[in-house]
Ligand binder design. Sequence first.
Ligand code: P6P
Length: 355
Amino acid sequence: MAIVTAQRLITIERHIAEQEHLHPHATGEFSRLLRDLMLAFRLIAREVSRAGLNDILGLTGTTNVYGEAVRKLDAYAHEVIIRAMEYGGHVCAIASEESEGLIPLANGRPRGKYLLLFDPLDGSSNIDVNAPIGTIFSIYRRKHPDPSAEVTETELLRPGSEQVAAGYVCYGSSVTLVYSTGNGVDVFTYDPTLGEFFLTIEKLRIPRRGKQYSVNEGNAKRWAPEVRQYVDYLKTPSEDKRRPYALRYIGTAVADVHRALHYGGIFMYPADSANPSGKLRLLYEANPLAFLVEQAGGRASDGYRRILDILPESLRQCTPVFLGSPDDVAEAEAFLQRRHPWQQGVTEPHLQRSQ
Ligand code: P6P
């Protein structure tokens, strides 16, 4: 992992162009799709930075497909991404967490070979209190033999392992773009005075293990006993001082995963009695975040299997998520699968030897 000083002046445009040269058969269409997305992110970043000033806080008065109140910034981000994709003409289908099914693309515009799924504004309940929020995107290449055939919803039900790119923008104290095309994870920081995303971390690598865990402990009474045991384990001081872990929870998956990517540790949204399949959406949140975590050397699981191997059955499907440092996620899986020594009452020294 290399911290890149802005003096190298590698903008996202230069980076995309350099990545394109790595693929001799590239037509440039994928690069143009990414550039269209970056335009949308600049527009969203501008509105987020002015949210308190331009009457864009608050609710639209509508609800999304999950019955959640849609906030104005949600709606703005949703529209901007759709319009950027329609104009660019490099996608043949788009689907948003905020909408039901495929989003019809305007007639008369060219259609490309890519499928885009996105969460326009992740963590929108944090908008009105100036806490970090994010945009998440996931890109697949269409596999249908007949490019002229109408795209059907089932074509988007692809395992996350088939993503050709995924990323997020975290609108926090600074605006950060984190994305991967399968060749590691690169981090860009936005300079609003120039409207440029500058490469600031090249090939980000997540620590093998961290000292922070991120989960909504308010759900603890509704978790399975194995999840409670794992979190109790993290909170129990250990002889090697590795535990207790610190709890950090923002309530925006993008921000909680962004911290785990940098500091290590684990972000989790387990299943609970109110959300038996977890809360995070597989296609719009879990898959792109899992893709990035794995590309950074981390591990991404639903507690039992690799998230990127899950074959989706519906666009709105949810999944439990355990994302982060490989050793931390493997330890969480051991608890969920009831094979961790601590669950058999093994004391610390044996525990350390067995890990
Ligand atoms: P809770 C945001 O609404 C979101 O989908 C994720 O970004 C976040 O991790 C989770 O929900 C927070 O859920 O139940 O802790 O408020």
